[in-house]
Design a protein around this ligand. Structure first.
Ligand SMILES: [Zn+2]
Length: 417
């Protein structure tokens, strides 16, 4: 019964995603030969066509990745891959913590290896073809090694604590696990700007005095205090530009990619930053964090319940052990299968994210000139080769940011008002 539910959800998810992707490809390709109204003065036909080709290439790769990911999921569950791994590893290491941690690590390694060629192709085939990739192969693999080591350093102790709680804390273990998870996430957020991010990039204080003054006066007007303004060497990896806030509480920082600073002028940078400050003013970061924690509470409660049901294992191609612990199996199955069901909530999270973007734009228009934000957006769309003509359904489903035309339309209305 559960098998049928899972298969129906998986087929529905894959079919929906392929349908959305093919809509997007068709829509972008059919608008390839004309720059949309409103952009004719700022975006050349050549840039527009490049963005179309780039979008189509990325979408095609994502379709391929979806097919392979779906096949791997079925191989691990219904075709008995996980059962086989479990028998093998528990034969060697038993069903204690070592055996269970090895099982989780083995599944994570397999998923990482299958993902690797796609990641590689994204950087060295697609991004390289369109002139975005700045990353050497050496840096790609150095990042991979660092990322894996960090994942192990943080992930393995967390995994051990969760397995220990599942074993020792009784039926309500999942409440404890949730508390540990919340503490862990907050800890990572605190450590990220000063400890983790510098392992991958260089951060230098912003030295441009006139830009500093401009930004500090904007922050002062908005009543915002940050620990520092930093420039990050994003150009080591990619030509794409960005700016972001990181950390929270007293550890807040504003980080600009060097690629962004080199492309935008002072007033445009101020407008982009005003948009980011809008996210803070509206407490979007906090709201998203609370929703994430609430959702993980509900999911852990569900896992606490599912882990006790034999059909949860047998329905997914695994025979639970009668004598030893099945906790690692429960964790793995849950994290493999949950995204299939959660996929159908994507439109809701995208919708709420797009609403936040409009709110941040509106805030920016009160603190900086709307016209500056518009010209910054056009430059960013052009530099990132984001399509100006996405399929409306694809966009409604996935886009975390509203399409350029919609954002600019609203900003223009504000500029005129
Ligand atoms: Zn935003």
């Amino acid at each position: 019964m559960f098998t049928i539910l899972f298969v129906v959800a998986l087929v529905a998810m894959i079919a929906t995603r392929l349908w959305l992707a093919s809509r997007q490809i068709r829509h972008v390709a059919s608008h390839r030969n004309a720059v949309p109204d409103g952009f004719r003065d700022t975006i050349s036909l050549q840039a527009h066509q490049r963005a179309a080709d780039y979008t189509v290439s990325l979408t095609r790769l994502a379709m391929l990745e979806l097919g392979v990911g779906g096949a791997l999921l079925v191989a691990l569950t219904l075709l008995g891959g996980l059962q086989w791994l479990d028998t093998l590893l528990s034969g060697w290491l038993g069903r204690g913590y070592a055996g269970q941690i090895a099982l989780v690590a083995a599944v994570a390694a397999i998923m990482g290896l299958v993902d690797l060629p796609f990641d590689y192709a994204r950087h060295f085939v697609i991004e390289a073809r369109f002139g975005f990739n700045r990353m050497s192969r050496k840096l790609f693999f150095a990042d991979l090694v660092k990322g894996t080591l960090l994942g192990a350093l943080f992930g393995l102790p967390l995994l051990f604590v969760v397995l220990w709680l599942m074993q020792q804390a009784g039926a309500m273990w999942w409440i404890w696990a949730w508390l540990v998870w919340v503490a862990f996430s907050v800890g990572v957020l605190i450590l990220y700007p000063s400890v983790i991010a510098p392992l991958f990039n260089k951060f230098e204080p912003l030295t441009d005095v006139s830009l500093r003054e401009r930004i500090e006066s904007l922050m002062h007007r908005c009543g915002f205090a940050a620990k520092g303004l930093f420039v990050m060497d994003g150009s080591r990896r990619s030509a794409h530009g960005n700016a972001y806030f990181t950390g929270f509480g007293a550890a807040k920082r504003i980080v600009f990619f060097d690629t962004l600073l080199s492309r935008l002028d002072g007033s445009e940078i101020e407008a982009v930053l005003a948009h980011e400050l809008g996210h803070f003013k509206h407490r979007h970061v906090l709201k998203r964090m609370i929703i994430t924690f609430a959702l993980s509470f509900a999911l852990l409660a569900l896992l606490g319940w599912l882990a006790q049901r034999p059909w949860f294992y047998t329905g997914l191609g695994v025979t639970p052990s009668m004598t030893g612990s099945n906790n690692a199996l429960a964790l793995i199955l849950f994290f493999l299968v949950m995204p299939v069901f959660l996929f159908f909530v994507t439109p809701l999270t995208s919708l709420s994210s797009r609403k936040h973007e409009f709110e941040a734009d509106a805030f920016a228009a009160t603190q900086a000139r709307a016209q500056d934000l518009i010209s910054a957006l056009v430059k960013l769309y052009q530099d990132n080769a984001s399509t100006l003509t996405p399929d409306p359904v694809y966009c409604a489903f996935y886009y975390s940011h509203p399409p350029a035309a919609q954002r600019i339309e609203r900003l223009l209305a504000r500029a005129r008002a």
